[in-house]
Write a protein that binds this ligand. Sequence first.
Ligand SMILES: CC(C)(COP(=O)(O)OP(=O)(O)OC[C@H]1O[C@@H](n2cnc3c(N)ncnc32)[C@H](O)[C@@H]1OP(=O)(O)O)[C@@H](O)C(=O)NCCC(=O)NCCS
Length: 195
Amino acid sequence: MSAFLPPILRTARLVLRPFERSDAPDLLRVFADAEVVRYWSSGAWTDIAQAEAMIAEAHQAYLDGGLYRYAIALADTNRLIGICNLRGHFEQNRRCELGYALGRAHWGQGYAGEALEALLGHAFHALDINRIEADIDPRNEASARLLEKLGFRQEGYMPERWIVHGEKADTAFYGLLRRYWDERAATHSSAHATG
Ligand SMILES: CC(C)(COP(=O)(O)OP(=O)(O)OC[C@H]1O[C@@H](n2cnc3c(N)ncnc32)[C@H](O)[C@@H]1OP(=O)(O)O)[C@@H](O)C(=O)NCCC(=O)NCCS
């Protein structure tokens, strides 16, 4: 087990926690679905060893700091339903990149928004990150809507940046600054105060 583990983050319905070895079957279920990996550079998983490798990579990263990866689990059951992570942390610039995926059975219920609210709040305040970036396929409407709802702004468009499942794919590039996050929090709390 790692010497450093990211702290557990709790929301109303979810727990963001470090990976456990016993998560492998639930993790495989998430990434064995071709719809989940439709816009990812790797194909649908077929083997439990792929889930075990992701868990091992997360544990190694808890040690060397290369990747800050959480399991998203249901609070009621502690069962993994997805993942979210921050990677590519540039210490001097206090910047990193966001990634996330949920199993299809849990889409459309507000879980990703709820999980990322907690992760981003932790990143800006506890980790003192100043800027978080996300690179998505512009056809991924759920992902674009999710980012915009969280306060990300689209900053760029890069045609044919990736080859995904043999097909050229564009990038819509998004950024979220800590000051946007703080302004959004202030707007939400004044709306609650007056509403
Ligand atoms: C992207 C993903 C994480 C969204 O998860 P989710 O839990 O369904 O998202 P939420 O329920 O929190 O919804 C966030 C917003 O997106 C909207 N949304 C969700 N699915 C949508 C869809 N298919 N089309 C358009 N909007 C959608 C929601 O309505 C919500 O907006 P609203 O509050 O204004 O109604 C999920 O679809 C997923 O795991 N996809 C596969 C992996 C992936 O593509 N990851 C990103 C790679 S960059």
